[in-house]
Ligand binder design. Structure first.
Ligand SMILES: [Zn+2]
Length: 668
């Protein structure tokens, strides 16, 4: 296949790394990535060889093919690094991800490619094509393509260094699980199925890991403050001390990149091509968040502390390790709601069916189980069908496995494009698994997480028929990406929708309206405090990237922000920054979650509460937002769907509405 023949670029061989045996052998994976990189190089060579006047068809098409190959290689190496059973394959996948990132970094500094794209005539081009070219040229300038050769070489070396440090940081978290020991007495308060899974050994010791399914219930239910404290410290030091220096090096590298590019700070650089635009705009947004949540959080904290003192009169303050526990106790008492009481209604298999059914009805598609091969036998594969046609595919890898990443995420597998590849995406989660002896019961917060991740998945699939692969699915501004996921979360609040799948795993009884009312009330309580935690993480993410990192004291900075923004007392030995995984991907832009929450709630308010799935907002949302992928600026999508810019009203109402008048007065 010659590089001069653009058609050759579209020949599909082994769309998936694992078809080449890439999930079974490190060598096969490496070979598969090499083939993608070769196709990427061939497309770029063909792009540069074009002699005719440049237009989107003869030039942008080749650039798009080049990045499609790169995206695919990066996506699948990334997924295998998270999920492969064999450590050798995970290690190889990490190296391959670095190799792809290097190619990406080289492309982002390739001045010939930049000049070729800048020469494309956009006279009769579609708005999406114009947006694609303009956005790409902006990202080229932000990468420093217009600098001299020596500076570009320096930038490339710095980018590679930052990528390597980021991967190392993430991997230390992924593989840094710890265990703690507990006595049977310390497990008092934990649910029966948790106790059944954690039997004492011959000497009466029980071993607990820092993985989510072990950690979270301890922090929520364990009556033993000592156990909660040990778990909290183990969890927050699982990548400490290794990640402390790695983080400092990463921050210094990022700041150097920003300086070379003429930006005051990394945060200014990282927001320049986002909806937010600058670090100063982020600070303005954070001030609004602070204002919106301040009073509510004080009220919540006062209620919790007063309640805790009815149980422990000598309690001076509540520390950060006891916050989840006291929230749970308060909710049980104030709302007559025990979050354990709804778990039997959420066995994993029913939740999966319920989330899929909701999304299918909302977006008017059908999901069919597929026999397609995945990277592991534990993965379920589904085809997405619309009007009898397959329009995408997704992979559900939903339960913990030895060596697998411990987090919850959605990941692209193949970026779709109109008339070309079908979009494919995966969910990689760690929900409890059902088995013969264990129903795999989820907490209701897990169910919300499921809706969240499925929102991302639908964005990748339904946004997978854009004009260009480079605009597909998640290719919006990074600070718009959490809108579709947080929008779908809100559907969990609907009673009818919940009752369609929440049935007791033993009796088959439907979750009652009264229990749902209490669950929602209880879920709504604590939102202001939740926003404060987001504000804390967000400010940390911004501050670490918005100052000169020379002489930065991570411990002091974290502590100072905690004391300023959190009402719960600090615990010495907490090194949360060393396992704050979002610092790699989001860097300074963790504000994305809170900012997108404001947009998502405004979006959700457009749906008819009496008929969430049937009203016309679903179709309109799908068309004006999801299907666009990155074809338009996020700002434009907000205006197209809302008819205006987003406002704080729905967010403020969400913070306060549901429990108003239903709470005991503080001091009463
Ligand atoms: Zn998300």
């Amino acid at each position: 296949m010659s590089a001069e023949n653009p058609m050759a670029i579209h020949v599909e061989e082994q769309v998936h790394a694992w078809e080449a045996g890439g999930s079974a052998s490190a060598e096969a994976l490496s070979g598969w990535v090499s083939a993608r990189l070769a196709a990427h190089e061939a497309a770029l060579a063909a792009l540069l060889a074009v002699e005719a006047p440049r237009n989107p068809e003869n030039s942008l098409r080749l650039f798009d093919a080049a990045i499609e190959q790169l995206n695919r290689a990066g996506a699948q190496a990334g997924v295998l690094n998270s999920v492969a059973v064999d450590k050798a394959v995970r290690d190889q996948a990490l190296q391959e991800a670095q190799r792809v990132a290097q190619a990406g970094s080289a492309l982002s500094l390739n001045r010939q490619v930049y000049e070729a794209l800048a020469a494309i005539s956009l006279e009769d081009a579609s708005p999406a094509t114009k947006h694609f070219v303009e956005r790409t040229l902006l990202s080229y300038r932000l990468a420093g393509v217009d600098k001299d050769q020596a500076t570009r070489d320096r930038l490339q070396a710095l980018q590679e260094k930052a990528t390597g440090l980021s991967l190392e940081f993430s991997r230390n978290i992924q593989e840094g699980g710890k265990t703690i020991e507990a006595t049977a007495a310390e497990l008092d308060g934990l649910p029966a199925d948790y106790l059944a899974r954690h039997q004492p050994d011959s000497e009466g010791r029980i071993t607990l890991s820092t993985d989510q399914p072990d950690m979270q219930p301890v922090m929520t239910f364990a009556n033993s403050a000592a156990l909660r404290e040990r778990m909290y410290l183990a969890y927050n030091t699982r990548a400490y001390p290794a990640n402390k220096q790695i983080l400092l090096d990463l921050l210094a590298t990022r700041q150097e990149i920003a300086t070379v590019l003429g930006f005051r700070s990394w945060a200014d650089l990282a927001t320049a091509d986002q909806m937010m635009g600058s670090a100063a705009n982020v600070r303005t947004f954070l001030a609004k968040l602070d204002e919106a949540s301040h009073e509510g959080a004080l009220r919540e904290h006062a209620l919790i502390l007063e309640f805790a003192r009815t149980r422990q009169p000598e309690l001076a303050a509540i520390d950060i390790t006891s916050r989840g526990y006291w929230y749970e106790q308060f909710r049980r008492s104030a709302f007559d709601f025990d979050s354990q009481s709804v778990r039997p209604y959420f066995p994993y298999a029913q939740v999966e069916a319920g989330v899929l059914e909701t999304a299918a009805r909302l977006f008017k598609v059908e999901f069919r189980r597929s026999s397609a091969l995945a990277w592991d036998p534990a993965v379920s594969v589904f085809e997405v069908i619309e009007d009898g046609e397959t329009v995408g595919r997704f992979y559900l890898d939903m339960h913990p496995r030895e060596g697998k990443d411990k987090w919850f995420s959605a990941a692209p597998i193949v970026t779709g494009v109109r008339g070309g590849s079908l979009p494919e995406a995966a969910l990689i989660c760690n929900f409890p698994n059902g088995s013969k002896d264990d129903p795999g019961l989820l907490q209701y917060s897990d169910v919300v997480t499921y809706f969240h991740e499925f929102g991302h998945l639908m964005h990748a699939i339904l946004g997978g028929r854009t004009e260009w692969a480079g605009l597909s699915g998640f290719a919006t501004e990074g600070d718009f990406v959490e809108v579709p996921s947080q929008m779908l979360e809100e559907f969990f609040r609907d009673e009818k929708l919940l009752q369609a799948f929440a049935r007791h795993y033993q009796t088959g009884e439907t979750l009652s309206s009264e229990m749902i009312r209490k669950m929602k009330l209880s879920g709504a309580f604590g939102r202001a405090d939740w926003v404060r935690s987001q504000l804390y993480y967000t400010t940390l993410s911004l501050d670490l990237h918005d100052q000169d990192p020379a002489g930065l004291d991570l411990d002091a900075t974290t502590r100072r922000l905690h004391d300023r923004l959190q009402l719960w007392t600090w615990l010495d030995g907490n090194r949360m920054y060393a396992s704050f995984g979002h610092l790699t991907g989001y860097s300074s832009n963790y504000y994305t979650y809170a900012f997108d929450k404001v947009i998502a709630l405004d979006f959700f308010a457009q749906f008819d509460p009496a008929d969430l799935l049937g009203c016309d907002a679903g179709a309109r949302y799908r068309k004006t937002v999801l299907e666009q992928g990155g074809s338009k600026p996020g700002r434009q999508m907000v205006r197209d769907f809302l008819g205006r810019d987003e406002e704080f009203a729905a967010f403020s109402q969400w913070l306060n509405e549901e429990f108003e008048g239903q709470l005991p007065e503080a001091g009463a």
